[in-house]
Design a protein around this ligand. Structure first.
Ligand SMILES: *Cc1c(COP(=O)(O)O)cnc(C)c1O
Length: 372
């Protein structure tokens, strides 16, 4: 059954994003948290996520955690390090800055390596840093930095982190499901993502793909009751898909459907191709209109692009925002401090026809201000 889509605009934002009407339709049913059907739904979601991560259930597990993506990141960072651990954070955007804040809040020992926000953390430099700082026991980074749109090289960094025998924590919030990530091969011990990004669900929970041995070793380290990753996992395992506290039932049902739709689309490879094609069309079309991208094409990811304001005296972000919104698309402000930028996400129910329409709207807006 298809239902009439009541949305009046599509989101060019990296999550919450535009979901399918059929995903939203799943939320029309109220479900019981301790009922067998619902627990099975949770278990299916956990198993599907492991499969998408190329991980087997013998060595890896999925923990679902209430809250937005940051709750998942905080759950990992506040539950995994013990008193003697030291976390190295590879900072090249707002989301790794946020990791440092989380570690500070919990008084966890950490070090940071800073990289320019338009460049990726260099594996060679990380290798040297680890040699010189043997007190570091864990390394944390972001895969797709949604602040800028850059796609960091988790494979190269993973190699040096593993060679040094450290734990590897990756925030793959805005890439998992849209970019193929082989968790065991890269050597990721904890990967964090959330319901409302590339799997194309609605907001309400995050999920953690964890290496079981590393998770078990963290027992008793949690600094917060509600974000205790080990205990959340323990209850879900022991009770066959039971969430520790009230679970976002409607969100989980929508997510369950979203995973099925990812499979129907052809899996991660096909979704990635759609995202990459839309992103390329968008960047090329915007460039032709005079909008330059912040990240160069070699490191630009397929999820979101940061554009500089054009050199046009009549241009205003607010004016452009209103014009696009009144014609069916919502754009996203920038997050850089040194220059004025805005961002266009192309994940969610966004297709080539949308990109063509959006480019035409930017053209129309520019024509309008140029003749003002
Ligand atoms: C979306 C996102 C998060 C989490 O943000 P929330 O607002 O808490 O959902 C964390 N890291 C990255 C890279 C993200 O894109």
């Amino acid at each position: 059954m298809t239902i009439q889509d009541p949305n009046t605009y599509k989101l060019l934002t990296p999550g919450p994003l535009t979901t399918s009407a059929t995903v939203r339709e799943e939320m029309l049913v109220d479900r019981c948290t301790w009922d067998k059907d619902y627990k099975e739904m949770t278990q299916e979601v956990r198993a599907s996520l492991l499969e998408l991560a190329h991980a087997n259930a013998e060595h890896y597990t999925t923990v679902l955690m209430q809250g937005s993506g940051t709750f998942g990141v905080e759950s990992v960072l506040s539950s995994i390090p013990g008193e003697k651990d030291c976390v190295l954070v590879l900072v090249n955007g707002a989301y790794t800055e946020r990791m440092c804040s989380i570690l500070s809040y919990h008084h966890i020992t950490f070090k940071r390596m800073d990289f320019a926000w338009d460049s990726i953390p260099d594996a060679k430099q990380v290798e040297q840093f680890l040699e010189q700082n043997p007190d570091v026991t864990m390394v944390a980074m972001v895969h797709s930095e949604t602040t800028t749109g850059i796609l960091n090289d988790i494979e190269a960094v993973g190699k040096v982190v593993k060679a040094a025998g450290k734990l590897f924590i990756v925030d793959a919030m805005s890439s998992f499901g849209g970019v193929d990530i082989n968790v065991p091969k890269i050597g990721i011990d904890f990967l964090i993502s959330s319901a409302n990004k590339c799997i194309q669900g609605v907001p309400g929970f995050s999920f953690i793909i964890a290496r079981i041995e590393a998770l078990e070793a963290s027992k008793g380290n949690a600094r917060s009751l509600s974000l205790d990753l080990y205990d959340q996992w323990h209850v879900m395992e022991k009770d066959g898909g039971k969430w520790r506290f009230t679970s976002p039932t409607h969100v989980v049902a929508a997510f369950h459907k979203a995973i099925a739709e990812l499979e129907q689309e052809g899996g991660i490879a096909v979704r990635h191709a759609r995202y990459a094609q839309c992103n390329k069309m968008l960047r090329e079309g915007m460039k032709a209109l005079g909008f330059d991208a912040y990240i160069d094409p070699t490191h630009q990811g397929p999820i979101i692009t940061t554009f500089f304001y054009p050199e046009n005296a009549n241009f205003t972000f607010a004016g452009m925002y209103d014009y696009l919104k009144s014609h069916g698309y919502v754009i996203y402000p920038g997050k850089l401090t040194e220059r004025d930028t805005f961002r266009l996400g192309n994940i969610g129910e966004i297709y080539e026809e949308d990109v063509k329409r959006v480019l035409k709207l930017f053209q129309e807006y520019l024509n309008e201000v140029n003749h003002a």
